[in-house]
Structures are given as C-alpha cells and as structure tokens.
Design a protein around this ligand. Structure first.
Ligand code: PEP
Ligand code: MN
Length: 364
C-alpha cells in the first residue's frame, strides 16, 4: 500500500483533529470552533459526528444532514478543514456534496465488510483523505481489509485511526489500547499514516494526556481528540470530552521526540541494547520450546496413567509462585498473570493433543 499524504503535517508535528463527539446544535458547533481557534490554532481539522452509531436505541443519534451546513460555517468563519464519520453510501454522498474535506469510517463500520464495501463503492475515485478506525474487536485483518477495499476503489489518500478495542477482560480503559495491534499495522503497512484517538480509548478525561504521549512515542502521525465547550453537558461521550482550553494544556505538555538522535554514542549504545534484547528473545524462545517439550512428556505420562490434564492445585501453586517472583523482580502483576496464563494454555493444548489424539511418544 502506497498512500498519498498531502493531508498530513510534516513528520515533526503531529496532525491535530479536534471537535465534539457529536454536532448537537449550530450554536454548540460554532462555539466549539471559536474556542478551538482561540486555544488550538494548530488544529488542522474540525471533527464532528453527524450520524452517531449508538449502542442502544433511544440515545442521541446525531443531527443528521441538517448539521452539514453548520460545519460549512465552521470552515467559513474559523478556517478549519472539516472531518466527518460516514457509515453508508448516503452519508458518503451527502458529505461529498457538502464538501467535507476528510471522511472517516467508525469502529462499528469497519467491523462489517458489507458496509465498508458500500462506502468504498460510493466513494470510488474520491481524491480526498479517507481514514479507517480500527474495528471494535481486536482483529488486524478486518482493519487492513477495510483499507484494502478503499484502496481498490481508487482512494489514494488513506490513513488509519487507532481507537482501542473492546475486550472482555477488566481494564481501566473504555477500549483497551492493545498497542501491539497498531504497531503490527505499521509494520505491515509502513507507509500508511496512523493517528490515535485517545478519547475513545480512554473513555474518561483523566487518561487522555498519558495516551497522547504514548501515541507520539510510538511514532503515530497525529491525534483525533473530542472537545466540547461544556463536556459534562455533552449529548454523547460526556465523560471523555475536553474543554478546548484543557486540551491546549495537554498538547503544550506533550514531548515530540525524534525518531533518532544524531549522536554517535547514541547509535552505539542503542546497538548494544538491541543486541542484548535480541539475545534474550532467542533464549526465551528456546526456553519456551524446551518447556513445551516437557509438557508433551507430561501429557504422555498422564495419558498412560489416565490422569486429567488440568491439575487445579498445581496450577494454583504455580501461578502464585510465578507471580510472587515476577513482582519481586519488578514485573507488573497483570503482565505476569497474562504471560503465564498464555503459557499454561499452550501447555494444556499440547497435552490435549497427546491425550485425545494419536500422537506417539516418538514425536517428542
Ligand atoms: C466517534 O469518533 O465519535 C466515534 C463514534 O468513534 P468510534 O467509531 O471510534 O467508536
Ligand atoms: Mn465519541
């Protein structure tokens, strides 16, 4: 994928897209734009949800096409370019008719290849930027697939937005960031601009600063952040929207780091650290392979003795002792827990293959 990027800022300054979750009234839209112009003049795009995909019916579902002229006033009076979410062919043609500069597909649209294809067909050959938020569920293929559908429809100015993933585990976020997924997207599509939407990851104002900094440290190209003149009174996503003046403070505190330092000593030192990390990773893989071999042998032994795979008491002692050691060595409890659950699960799978299929001891 080789997208064109005239809509992006130069590598040194992140692109800022700011504006309310929803366009509620003409006054609210214009007041947000006025405050943004005053506090965050560096914002390039004014965002607003016009059609709102809501989880439950009966909530505010957006002002609809009526809001598009309000946005046009934002451009005329405050000079921002405009960004709107579209979810079907009708939204696409209305947005284009009203000259919306940047379009994006929301998380609830990216999950559905039929909807993505409908939007791609409606936008065929469109020259402006189209960004794709990650799907609600942590599925990189679905995210990439949506981008590919747009690319096949002749859209050249493509980009992605990371807005976190809905998961069942307990998490302090509204949508778990799962940073490895946007990183993997960057690895597989290195030329694709990638923005972060900390508002929908956080779900609450307090976590937004740390998420913005993390996104920049992962070399993301910009931020899409929800702002509202009176966030507590917002008609959607009230807990996560920021007043423009608060967003200004957050942005002022962000450190934009370089990809590399020019200093030789930095290069040498970094090379050294990377070699050690490579070495440790290789050892980890060897040790894990050795551990799985032992699990297979245990599987054969349990099979001969007709003993169950899961031995709860042993697992309980195991996880306890591993977590204790991990914490003593400064590793986070959650990390230790997830890691050992994964290893244990793999080990159980190995034993299951042996006990319930016909794998011979000779395969060990
Ligand atoms: C939004 O940007 O307001 C929105 C609905 O986001 P998402 O698609 O990420 O849930
Ligand atoms: Mn929102």
């Amino acid at each position: 994928m080789n997208p064109q990027t005239p809509w992006l800022n130069p590598a040194t300054t992140p692109l800022i897209i700011a504006g309310p979750c929803s366009a509620e009234t003409e006054e609210q839209v214009l007041e947000t734009a006025r405050l943004l112009r005053k506090h965050i003049p560096e914002a390039s795009y004014f965002r607003a949800g016009v059609w709102k995909p809501r989880t439950r019916p009966g909530q505010f579902e957006g002002a609809g096409a009526e809001a598009l002229p309000w946005l046009q006033r934002v451009r005329q009076e405050f000079g921002f370019k405009l960004a709107v979410e579209i979810a079907n062919a009708e939204h696409a043609s209305l947005a284009l008719e009203h000259g919306i500069d940047l379009l994006w597909l929301g998380a609830r649209t990216t999950v559905n290849p039929f909807s993505v294809q409908e939007v791609a067909d409606a936008l065929a050959g469109h020259e402006g930027p189209v960004l794709v938020k990650n799907p609600i569920n942590p599925d990189l293929g679905l995210w990439m697939g949506a981008l590919e559908r747009l690319e096949r429809a002749g859209i050249r100015q493509l980009g992605a937005i990371h807005r976190g993933f809905s998961t069942t585990g307990k998490t302090p976020y509204r949508n778990e960031p799962q940073w490895h997924l946007p990183i993997e997207l960057k690895r597989q599509m290195p030329n694709l601009p990638l923005l972060c939407d900390p508002s929908h990851i956080a779900g609450s104002r307090a976590r937004i600063p740390e998420l913005c900094q993390r996104a920049l440290d992962l070399q993301m190209d910009g931020l899409m952040i929800e702002t509202h003149p009176t966030p507590e009174a917002a008609w959607s996503d009230a807990a996560q929207q920021l007043r423009p003046e608060d967003l200004q403070e957050i942005l002022a505190r962000l450190v934009v780091r370089r990809e590399k330092s020019e200093e030789i000593s930095y290069e040498v030192q970094m090379e050294e650290y990377r070699k050690r990390i490579d070495q440790i990773d290789q050892e980890l893989i060897h040790l894990l392979a050795e551990r799985m071999d032992i699990s297979r042998m245990i599987g054969h032994l349990k099979k001969r003795q007709q003993v169950t795979i899961l031995q709860l008491k042993r697992w309980d002692e195991m996880i306890r002792s591993r977590l204790e050691l991990a914490q003593d060595l400064g590793l986070e409890a959650d990390f230790g827990q997830t890691l050992f659950q994964l290893i244990h699960e793999q080990s159980i799978n190995r034993q299951n293959q042996i006990m319930n299929r016909t794998e011979s001891p000779g395969n060990q």
